[in-house]
Ligand binder design. Structure first.
Ligand code: CA
Length: 233
């Protein structure tokens, strides 16, 4: 079967040249100019690889990669970064990109890296338990991201998709304060965003579920005037 590649690149000449060359190399290509188009494509079908430019208008490639990783832990992501921005490469890899290439790049090298990433078996990423489920544990609690269920202070509860996505984001970025705005961006994407109050309510629920004393949270921390942060210990 033809491998499907999703390209996100706002510069039209690069986007067209990438599409053309990947098609010539035998791939089926979907090309998007911004993060919002890409999210729609990503929801509508399965891709074998995502080629993602970091500098995008509106929402950065790094936040977009975080959005993809909320629901898909394994699709290979290759990031395109500026040569003089090592902090972007680090942020990209931390967010779950598999590889990066600096611009300008050699087409030959890009094609090789893409072929390698697609060939590589999707390795079991972190957090997978022996049953193959995507499970995360801390304290006496357990979150099963495949089943949308959690063992909580209130017993076994069902998580909504958005709750699971927000938990995943906070856990993936443990120790890192994430702003309410960034949470809206990454979790809600191009959908009509709710008010930031909604996020606060999600966190209140998480504290009821996962804190021994919800009034004195030790795991789901408020960062005053900014957002939230998770720590497992
Ligand atoms: Ca760009």
């Amino acid at each position: 079967m033809t491998a499907q590649i999703l390209i996100i690149e706002d510069e039209v000449s690069i986007r067209n040249s990438l599409s053309l060359n990947l098609e010539l190399d035998g791939y089926e290509v979907t090309a998007c100019a911004d993060a919002y188009q890409a999210m729609e494509q990503f929801q509508s079908r399965q891709f074998d690889l995502i080629l993602l430019d970091i500098m995008l208008p509106g929402m950065s490639g790094i936040d977009l990669c975080a959005h993809f990783r909320l629901t898909d832990r394994t699709v290979p992501v290759l990031m395109l970064t500026a040569r003089d921005a090592p902090e972007d490469r680090i942020a990209g890899l931390r967010t779950g990109a598999d590889d990066y290439l600096t611009k300008p790049f050699h087409l030959e090298e890009l094609l090789l890296r893409i072929a390698n990433l697609i060939k590589r078996q999707p390795k079991a990423k972190q957090m997978a338990d022996p049953s193959g489920n995507d499970v995360y544990s801390f304290d006496q609690y357990k979150i099963d991201f495949s089943a949308f269920e959690a063992q909580t202070n209130l017993g076994l509860v069902t998580l909504t998709k958005k709750e699971a996505a927000l938990l995943r984001l906070l856990i993936d970025r443990e120790h890192e304060a994430i702003s309410r705005q960034q949470i809206l961006h990454i979790v809600w994407g191009y959908e009509v965003a709710p008010s930031t109050r909604t996020i606060d309510n999600f966190i209140l629920n998480f504290r009821k579920y996962f804190e021994s004393n919800p009034r004195k949270p030790k795991r789901f921390h408020s960062v005053r005037g900014f957002g939230y942060k998770f720590t497992s210990r």
